[in-house]
Design a protein around this ligand. Structure first.
Ligand SMILES: [Zn+2]
Length: 272
């Protein structure tokens, strides 16, 4: 699809937190995409949207990530080099996803929203009875090879969660690098709420819009990925959305509250 025909499919996106289509302030423009801040509630998000089928076909997240990484490499070779050099010092990312999840839950039935290539599931199935849902056909193919075809459901996450999984049967819903991609994050959170048993947990990781790095790096911040990332949460806006969807956010350990982190970690409990 060329840019012109895609453009005709863009429409104004209401604020994913408060629903307002009113006043919004421009934060960043890249190509045809604009990140805006809602004047009513402070939520930061892409202010226009594309339908799910177009997203699946033309904006495969893994492909977008590769394109964006290539772009950063060309525009910011020194930063990318430094980031490569420091990577071995960081705890193994996928190991961290599991340890963070296990801080809140250690066993039971788990569903991973937006499981990508199943890097997390490969580790999680050692402890949990775990399955994943993924939109990107390419990632589904890889994930099925890694953990077994029966453990990966393909399609728009919210739709699959609502139609193909039993409500009230799961102990944990993980959303690790997922909610920033979903054009209707409240529907996804409500779907997670529906799947969970009373007292069940959702564990979320997404880019931290409040990070110091975002302020320092401005438009070059690594969290800006357009249009792959369509929601830009702060701890406040994510807590508010979780509460709107029937969750109570849990107290966050100090290590997760540091503004130096580009990642926002949050767990929340479905009211019993
Ligand atoms: Zn709003």
């Amino acid at each position: 699809m060329n840019a012109a025909s895609e453009h005709t499919q863009l429409k104004v996106r209401p604020c994913p937190l408060c629903g307002s289509s009113g006043d919004r302030k421009l934060v960043l423009r890249r190509g045809q995409w604009e990140i805006v801040k809602c004047a009513a509630c402070g939520m930061v998000f892409i202010g226009s949207e594309i339908p799910y089928d177009v997203q699946a076909r033309d904006h495969d997240w893994e492909q977008e990530w590769r394109k964006d990484t290539a772009r950063r490499k060309t525009e910011q070779p020194v930063m990318v080099f430094l980031s490569r050099c420091t990577r071995p010092l960081l705890p193994h990312t996928h190991g961290r996803l599991l340890s963070q999840t296990m801080h809140y839950a250690r066993s039971g039935r788990l569903v991973d929203f937006g499981c990508s290539d199943a890097s997390f599931l490969v580790r999680a199935i050692k402890y949990f009875q775990a399955i994943g849902i993924e939109l990107s056909p390419r990632s589904v193919e890889i994930a099925r090879r890694r953990v077994g075809a029966e453990k990966i459901l393909e399609g728009p996450v919210t739709e699959v969660a609502e139609r193909r999984l039993p409500p009230g049967q799961f102990d944990v819903v993980t959303q690790l690098g997922f909610i920033e991609h979903d054009w209707n994050p409240q529907a996804a959170l409500r779907a997670a709420h529906c799947l969970l048993k009373p007292g069940g947990l959702t564990v979320i990781k997404c880019p931290n819009y409040s990070s110091w790095n975002r302020h320092i790096r401005g438009e070059k911040w690594c969290g800006y990925r357009l249009p792959a990332h369509c929601n830009y949460f702060t701890p406040e806006t994510l807590s508010k959305m979780l509460r709107q969807c029937g969750f109570e956010p849990l107290p966050r350990p100090l290590a997760d509250r540091l503004p130096t982190s580009d990642s926002l970690w949050m767990a929340a409990r479905k009211s019993a």
